[in-house]
Design a protein around this ligand. Structure first.
Ligand SMILES: O=P(O)(O)OC[C@H]1O[C@H](O[C@H]2O[C@H](CO)[C@@H](O)[C@H](O)[C@H]2O)[C@H](O)[C@@H](O)[C@@H]1O
Length: 289
């Protein structure tokens, strides 16, 4: 086990998940009926970990690692599909310390990087040349940025964080035009997130990452959970998969910061990372009967 402490399942969450759409209900039913053919794919920040001011402090919610371990033994594949580098997720979760994980995959930086519980090695391509150019130009572009603006260097992408600025929304609005120009001039794209703008390689998103996992694992049902705009391509992929006969359910890890587009697209809304852990615990309990 990890250093995470054990905890009791949250009592204020519904014991039985009740998807608000028939398609979501069918996805959940398929998962419960044939768990060994199911893929459970979860976002990290805001879904398995509460949003905090500093990315380095985003530890898993209470019970999250235990729940991931338990459900990985009960379903075909569990994945974390994240904007984070794989190494950051491994450091925060310590999942690589668990010898008895089931089939577990981490797809980092929107699918650019990969780690799985069989090989336990991070595979990662070389960064695009434009990343170095953006890195070099950012201090100049951010010269007059509001205090509290910080850059997270993810090697393949650079993220401008404004959460610690006095007025994060105003800071993001002021900085976005110049950052978007900088990204596009250097072959990157500017993607908004919660109090961030990510300058990242185009052509990679969580939808592509999910579809690739479904294909390689032969998954016959999917549960996808997320909380931010970067998760919408995965929600799109759930809809596409349904059209090809793979039932799925999209789950929103809710909080006041969640964009409406994410909340409205979800088949099931849970109360943030604690609610996500509770949902996993309900699934674990039902699959263990
Ligand atoms: O795909 P995700 O796992 O949700 O990662 C998306 C980005 O999340 C991180 O930023 C967010 O979480 C931070 C820590 O709670 C928070 O400070 C920030 O405001 C949020 O936007 C991360 O730092 C990024 O690199 C990820 O791409």
């Amino acid at each position: 086990m990890t250093e995470s402490t054990r905890h009791e399942p949250a009592s204020d969450q519904p014991a039985q998940p009740a998807p608000r759409t028939p398609a979501g209900g069918a996805g959940l039913a398929a998962l419960l009926t044939a768990p060994q053919r199911a893929l459970v794919a979860l976002d990290y920040d805001g879904t398995l970990s509460p949003i905090v001011a500093r990315p380095a402090d985003a530890v898993p919610a209470a019970g999250a690692v235990e729940a991931l371990l338990a459900i990985s033994r009960l379903v075909g594949t569990v994945a974390i599909i994240t904007g984070r580098p794989v190494a950051a997720v491994l450091e925060l979760t310590r999942l690589e310390k668990l010898a008895d994980l089931g089939d577990f995959v981490i797809l980092g930086q929107y699918g650019l990087q990969r780690w799985d519980s069989q090989r336990r090695e991070i595979t990662s391509p070389d960064p695009l040349p434009g990343v170095a150019a953006v890195r070099a130009a950012l201090p100049g572009v951010l010269r007059d940025a509001p205090p509290g603006t910080v850059v997270e260097d993810k090697h393949h992408a650079l993220v401008v964080h404004v959460r610690r600025a006095a007025d994060p929304d105003a800071a993001l609005a002021a900085l976005s035009p110049a950052l978007t120009t900088l990204a596009t001039e250097n072959g990157l794209e500017a993607a908004p997130g919660k109090r961030v703008l990510e300058l990242r390689p185009p052509g990679h998103d969580k939808g592509g990452a999910l579809r690739e996992l479904v294909a390689t694992r032969g998954a016959r049902s999917v549960l996808v959970a997320g909380d931010d705009l970067g998760d919408l391509p995965a929600f799109d992929a759930v809809e596409e998969l349904r059209a090809t006969g793979v039932p799925g359910i999209a789950v929103c890890s809710d909080s006041p910061e969640v964009p409406n587009a994410v909340r409205e697209r979800a088949d099931l809304v849970v109360g943030g990372p604690a609610g996500m852990v509770s949902l996993l615990e309900v699934l674990i309990e039902r699959l263990s009967r």
